[in-house]
Design a protein around this ligand. Structure first.
Ligand code: FAD
Length: 492
């Protein structure tokens, strides 16, 4: 009987893959064949709104993995499933057909994916054993507890506890070796399972033009090797990360998010590189390591916290905010004005240069710098008073690095309303990011680039062909705070 590893959309690598490692060890010691499987379900991608960029990235990544596995005599089989509710049924039928005795997989923490795994465990029957592993994070979600024994939800204490834990248990960062080569006799025995065609993006998930495809593939080459190369080159820049990470023109962040989201690179592998960089120490506290290293680890820990949050507050993966008081906000209705505002936001024509630059970067690169994500989300929900879930969905439909936990928690409504002019002045002091992405403003000199409507003469402004701000920032901030407070009162 065979051993199987079931890949999902968040563990697309053979290096440092916990469940795959255990599956391979069992198969080797029991002298059983190991088979890998991936279920492609276009309906599931549509359900989540996954972008064309991300679907393509995953399809190309799967091809690379199939090749890597073939070299060590392990087949990766692609199954097609039309109905997202039948994914488990489809894979179980295949396990039966293949006479699989033991299935391995890595946990995913979103509610539907947890239900999927529960269904797998409940439906395989006694004849098939299922082993699931925590793999996405360094510290197992659900194990970082407050004094009262509940999962921590607040970042600062979580970060401190995480640093203490990893400093005292550096083995948490140990990576799992990739599967050793299986006997070449397996290749003959399983001949019919090799080379099943890799999934292709569904019609509604294809790039609009071949230029788009070329540009995105060049920016985001798929696979583990590409991610590792990116990590190595990021290490050259890490000394400046703390001081430049908020400046979008500096381009000083790692741009590894797409690889972490699809699991093409593991956070353990990244942190192992940092341990080497850190002279062998897993102590990433501010006093013991470089400011850049500490600041980058801090970002990775946000990702760790958000996986714990998905598990502890499952409603965050069910279209509800973590703070349920925000469910009572009265958002602007779908009237003409609201739709015009929405259209301006998605096309980067709001008349706020920093916001428009961010939205145009997203359209071009399937990626947006974190500082801009914070600003454009604040602008949509607070200033335009449009339901944050529309923005959240739009991000899913456009980002290559879409991750349900990071995205929904990033979009959580907040009483902090960002001022896009002062945000730009502070984080893009030369205006280089704005000039790059908003060509209408390329020749605007000095600080006028941050607020051309207010800082240029009427005739100078009109010559630019750039829109006026679509809302008055101050008045819209007041409107939003009033609505948020009314929402909180209704919730109480
Ligand atoms: P780096 O600065 O190099 O950070 C390293 C890694 O840390 C990132 O790759 C990412 O895995 C993690 N990280 C960094 N910032 C955050 C954060 N604020 N929250 C959680 N993890 C973080 N990130 C996604 O991966 N997918 C999303 O869909 C996503 N949506 C977002 C939506 C909003 C509204 C906001 C405010 C943030 C969102 N983020 C999301 C978080 C963050 O913007 C990106 O992870 C980051 O910009 C990716 O660039 P990088 O890899 O160069 O980051």
């Amino acid at each position: 009987r065979k051993v199987a590893h079931w890949f999902h959309s968040k563990d697309l690598r053979i290096q440092d893959n916990t469940a795959l490692h255990h599956a391979s060890e069992l198969a080797q010691s029991a002298k059983k064949p190991l088979v890998c499987v991936y279920v492609n379900c276009a309906a599931d991608e549509s359900w989540h709104g996954t972008s064309a960029a991300r679907v393509d990235f995953m399809c190309e990544g799967l091809k690379i993995m199939q090749k890597e596995l073939k070299e060590i005599n392990i087949p990766l089989v692609f199954l097609e499933c039309e109905d997202r509710k039948k994914i488990v049924e489809t894979v179980i039928a295949w396990f039966k057909e293949q006479n699989v005795s033991h299935v391995f997989g890595n946990y995913e923490y979103e509610i539907d994916e947890m239900r999927r795994d529960l269904e797998l465990v409940n439906s395989t029957g006694r004849d098939v054993q299922v082993s699931l592993y925590h793999d996405q994070t360094v510290v197992e979600p659900g194990t970082m507890l407050t004094g009262a024994g509940t999962p921590m939800k607040v970042f600062t204490p979580f970060f401190k506890a995480w640093l203490d834990r990893v400093g005292s248990e550096p083995e948490l960062l140990d990576t799992r070796p990739p599967p050793a080569a299986h006997p070449s006799s397996m290749k003959k025995e399983l001949k019919h399972l090799f080379d099943t065609p890799a999934p292709k993006p569904a019609k509604d998930k294809q790039f609009a033009t071949t230029e788009d495809q070329k540009r995105i593939r060049k920016l985001w080459p798929p696979g583990h090797a590409a991610a590792e190369k990116r990590m190595d080159s990021f290490l050259q820049q890490i000394p400046d990360y703390a001081s430049t990470r908020s400046n979008p023109a500096a381009n000083s962040t790692s741009r590894l998010s797409a690889y972490f989201s699809a699991g093409m690179y593991s956070v353990r592998s990244a942190l192992q590189k940092l341990v080497d960089y850190n002279s062998g120490s897993a102590d990433f506290t501010a006093t013991s390591t470089q400011a850049g290293v500490h600041a980058w680890v801090r970002e990775l820990v946000f990702r760790e916290l958000y996986r714990q949050t998905s598990l502890a507050t499952p409603h965050t993966s069910m279209n509800l905010p973590q703070n349920l008081n925000f469910t009572h906000i009265q958002w602007r209705q779908h009237d003409d004005d609201a739709e015009t505002a929405w259209h301006k936001w998605i096309t980067g024509t709001t008349g706020e240069p920093f916001i428009d630059a961010g939205m145009r970067q997203l359209a071009s690169e399937a990626y947006m710098h974190n500082r801009l994500r914070m600003n454009v989300s604040s602008y949509l929900t607070s200033n335009l008073l449009l339901d944050y879930r529309r923005g959240e969905r739009f991000f899913a439909e456009t980002l290559i690095d879409w991750d349900l936990a990071n995205n929904t928690l990033g979009w959580e409504p907040s009483y902090t309303v960002f001022n896009p002019v002062s945000q730009a002045e502070r984080n893009d002091p030369e205006g280089a990011y704005i000039r790059k992405w908003v060509p209408e403003l390329r020749d605007v000199q000095g600080k006028a680039v941050f607020a051309p409507h207010a800082r240029l003469s009427r005739s100078e402004f009109e010559r630019l062909g750039y829109p006026e701000p679509c809302v008055d920032w101050k008045a819209s901030k007041e409107r939003c705070l009033k609505r948020f407070k009314e929402g909180a009162r209704r919730a109480a």
